[in-house]
Design a binder for this molecule. Sequence first.
Ligand code: FMN
Length: 180
Amino acid sequence: MNNFAALIKQRRSIRQFTEQLLTPEETELILRAALMAPSSKRGNPWRFVVVEDKEMLKRLAECKEHSATFLEGCALAIVVAADATVSDVWVEDASIASIYMQLQAEDLGLGSCWCQVRNRTTEQETDSNEYVRQLLDLPYQLEVLSIIGFGHKAQERKPFDEEKLQWEKVHVGKMGTNGE
Ligand SMILES: Cc1cc2nc3c(=O)[nH]c(=O)nc-3n(C[C@H](O)[C@H](O)[C@H](O)COP(=O)(O)O)c2cc1C
C-alpha cells in the first residue's frame, strides 16, 4: 500500500491524549496544511484560532452538550471559523481545511478529533457558534464550523476495518430502482 492509502486507513478519531505538548514545528506543519487546503475560487474565507491555554480549552469543551469534553484533555485545539460574507460555500472550505489538518497530524503520528460546532447548542441551549464566538472575541461575520483537538495519542485505535467498506453506496453509471 502506498503511504497515503495507509495514512487514511490508519487515521481514527483520538479523544484521549498525553500531557505532552506539540512542538512549534508540528503546530506550524498543521497550520500550513490548513492554509494550503483548496477553497472555492481560492477565496480562503477561513480563520484559525490556535488555543493551548488549559483554562480556555476547558471552556471550549463546554461549547456543546455532548461530545466536546475531549477538548479539555487535548494539547492544542484549532478553532476553524470562516467569513460567511466572503463565500457562500464557506462550510465546504472550512471542512476541507479541518480534515487536511487531521491528516497532517496523523502523518506526524499525532492524534486528533473533530468537534462539530455549526448547528449545535450548549447545555444551556445557546448556539455553540455564538458561545465560541464570544469566548474568543470573533467578529460577527465569522461563523465557527469546528474545533479540531490535537495531541499525542493516549489510546490505541485499530485502523479502519476494510470489511466495513460500504461498497453498496457506490453506483456505476446510474442508480437502479429504489436507489439500488
Ligand atoms: C463533520 C464531523 C463532525 C464530528 N463531530 C464530532 C464531535 O462533535 N465530537 C466527537 O467526539 N467526534 C466528532 N466527529 C468524529 C466522528 O465521530 C468520527 O469521525 C466517526 O465516528 C468515525 O470514526 P473515526 O474518525 O475514528 O474513523 C466528527 C466527525 C465529522 C466528520
